[in-house]
Each structure stands twice: as structure tokens, then as C-alpha cells.
Design a protein around this ligand. Sequence first.
Ligand code: ME8
Length: 505
Amino acid sequence: MSYFITTPIYYVNDAPHIGHAYTTIACDIVSRYNKIDDDDTFFLTGTDEHGQKVEKAALMQKKNPQDFVNEMSKNFRDLIPFLGCEINDFIRTTEQRHINAAQALWKKLDENNQIYLSNYEGWYSVRDEAFYQESELQKIDGKFFTEDGSPVEWIKEESYFFKLSEWQDKLIEYYEQYQRPIYPETRYNEVLSFVKGGLKDLSISRTTFRWGVPVPNNKNHVMYVWIDALCNYLTAIGYPDTNNSNFKKYWPGVHVVGKDILRFHAVYWPAFLMAADLEPPKKIFAHGWWTNEGQKISKSLGNVIDPYEIINEYGLDQIRYFLFREVPFGKDGNFSKQSIATRVNADLSNTYGNLIQRICTFVVKNCESKIMPSNNLTEEDKALEEAIESSVISYRYNMGEMNLDSSLKGIMVLLNEANAYVDSQAPWKLKTTDPDRMKVVLYMVLNIIIKSSIMLYPFIPQSAEKALSYFNISKDKISFNNFSLLIKNEIKINNPEPLFPRFEL
Ligand code: ME8
């Protein structure tokens, strides 16, 4: 199977922060999961470099927009390996391949009679790069603001429009046909009621600034930054050449976005695609919003969380784990240092790391560093084996649904069972009373540790790889295909090093 997963492309008006890192890591987790499931996976991220917001940011710094975006895009590009993410492509909307694709999409929409020239008059938020109805705004001290507090300005200019109003029924059909492609369900319901409420034609070009993709055949207009930006998902797989092997293999894709930009992805984007005779997205996942110690993350509040700082302080896998264990994917979350330390200590240091440490050290010391598989299982062992099987099944279901927190919770439940089993079986006592039974017990626990490490791998790749190396399982063997084979033969064990030192609370 092939699988195409994308992050939003991030605006380069400012430096990346923890919110951007969150979405990129989420996609890396799903991409790694699919890769170890032997799916042919393509993971795309990149930067959104046109539009008024970026142009204004360049002007503020007295820089030429192209030089400015080159510099700023690099910050997003450089962050990716630091987050432990393995991408397949990084797209920039100022690249020629993208300008060609965006103009080709425009021409196709035009050919299909989906675009007309008229005048736009209404509210626009540069911060959101979005048009608003007055009914969506609030008035504070005589000025209008969006619900999230973004200022808006009244604009009046000639504009091309996309006939969005004609796509209401087709969009509803798409949502039904693709069996609710929008996750989570609450967001799906919001989108559905928005579409059912009626759609207005969408302004898709601007004339009052120049920093955008030129509209084909009319030099006075640049494309509205959102039609330009959304098209990146097509550019990266070779659009407009829809016969190339990547396009055939990977389209349609799965888009992961924050809830702030769901409407663009779940309403405008499928409408653009269908209007250009292309298939709409396979799935759209909208995750929630992170706050910092209860407050909205914003530059003006001075509480932006720098991914470099937080990862240097707590460790990469610790942060990757925390972000996806702490908050159900789709819900809002609160970032607090206290919660990171508590979560990492409880799950990664105590439940996972400690179990590996004590079992490996014990096997190295008492069993000549190796354990043979055994069929000589008691009823209790068999029940534990069943628990392992069902834990793997529900993990795989949850990963497919992007229930990332539930996937992690399930692994921790299994590891807790393993810890309780070690305590009740007490292999250190069996050493003298029944050494054969001791080996069966250790084998059972190793089975859980190895399988849990593979399930944890997409989330905490460096630590899981290290843990598996204690059992002489190399990275290329991390797969669900040979999952059971890994514990079919003698398991040789190396002396472990502590994986997750505890944080002082
Ligand atoms: O919207 N919590 O770019 P953007 C969680 N260029 N996620 C957050 C977050 C937070 N506090 N802050 C940001 C754009 N994000 C457009 C996208 S796509 C064709 C064009 C994440 O730089 C989240 O994924 O404003 C959100 O949707 C995205 O960054 C917005 O990034």
C-alpha cells in the first residue's frame, strides 16, 4: 500500500515554535508507523512563503522578500532532523516547480469554468490570511476583530472568484462517500454544518500587493495565498503531470493540520480539487491547540516555546512522548514543565526503562546473557500472551485512526502488566527454587519488552532503537512483518544502559 502524509506548510513570517513541531512530529510518527508496516510512505512538509503577512514581515526587517524567505525557510528546514523527523520532501512555495503547478491548477479551474472576475469588498485578516463575514467578527472599542483576536481590515479590490457556492452538494457527497474523511468527529460535524449552511464564492486573487504567484494571463493579480499554498500537496508529487508514477501512487493524500486551518483543508481544498477533476483528500486530521501554562502561545505574551530549548532541556524522545501521550490527538493541550517531568518519570523511566534495566541486568548476570523461547506456559502465562496479542491489535487500530494517545496508553497498560507479572513471579526467588520456570518468566517479559519497543518506535525512535539493540535487534528488523519471529529464537542480551534518567520533581 502507498501512503502520502502531509503537514501544513508553515508561514515563514516568524521562527518555528512548539506548535509547528507538534504537527511535524505527529506526521513523523504516522509515517514511521506506516514505514515499519511496509507501506510505501511519502512524508511531505515545507514552508508557505507568499502573501501579505510574509511580505509585511520582510518589509519590517527591511529585507527583500526573497532573501527574507530564504533565510526564514531554512529555520524550518533545519528543525526537522532536530525533531527526529525523517521526511521525503521539503517544499517551498517560491520554488519554480510550485509556481508552475499553482498556475497549472489555476488554468485548469479556469478551463473548467470555475473562475470569474469581479470585485471583492469586505473584511480581511492579514494575520490569518483569511476573509471574514461581519457576523463572524467582534467589535472592541469601535474596531473589528476575529474570534481569536486577529485584527481585520476592510479591503475593496478587483478579484477573481472561485465558484465555491456551486460545490455544496458535491462536498456533502464527498464527505459521505469517503465515510467521514474529517477527524475527529466533532470537527467533522462542524465542517458539515458550515457547508450545509450555504457557501459563498471565494475571492482567490489580490491586486494590492505583489508577493505571490502571478495569475496566468492577468499581470495585475497574484493568487490568494491559500490557493497557492494548498497546491503544494500536488506540486510535491509532480502535478501537473498526473501520469507520473509518484502522482499515481500517492494521490490522494492524508493531511494533518491544526484546527485553525481545517476549513481551508476540508471545504476549500476538496472543492478546488474536484473542480479541477482531481480526487479530494483521503483523510484530514485536525488536531487541537497547545497553550503554555494555560495561556495562548503568542509572541506578544512572550511565552512562545522554542523547540530547541525544550528538547535540549528534557530530551528529544521525552518531548515526543509527552506531546502525544499527554493530550488526546484532536483535543487542546496545556504545556507545562511539571507535566513533562511527571509524565516522563512515570511512564518512560519507571514503567518502561526500569523494566528493561532490571530484566536485562538479571539475564546478563544469571542466564549467561541469553534466553530461549519456551512453550511450557502456565495458564497465567497464556493469559498474558493473549493480553499481548490484543494489545497489539488495538495499538494498530488506534494508529490507523490517529488515536495516538490511546496507542501509547495501551502500551503502558501492557508494560504495567509485565511489571506486575515480574513482581508476582519473582524470578530472583525462582533462581534457586525453579530455574527452568525462571527462564519461562523471563522469556515472557522479554516478549513484552521487545514488542512494546517496536510499538513505541514511531514515537521515540532513538530510544526504542537503543532498547532493541540490547536484544541485538537492529533498525532494519523493526517491522510488524517479522514481529513474532523476533522472539522465536534464542534472545541474546547486551548489558543495558539506563534509557530515561528520572527528573527531579
Ligand atoms: O496556517 N498548537 O501556517 P502557520 C498546535 N501557512 N499547533 C499549532 C500551534 C499551537 N499553538 N501553533 C501552530 C498556516 N500550530 C498556513 C498553512 S497549509 C496549505 C498552509 C501548527 O505557520 C498547526 O498545525 O500559521 C497549525 O495548523 C499550523 O501550525 C499553522 O501554521
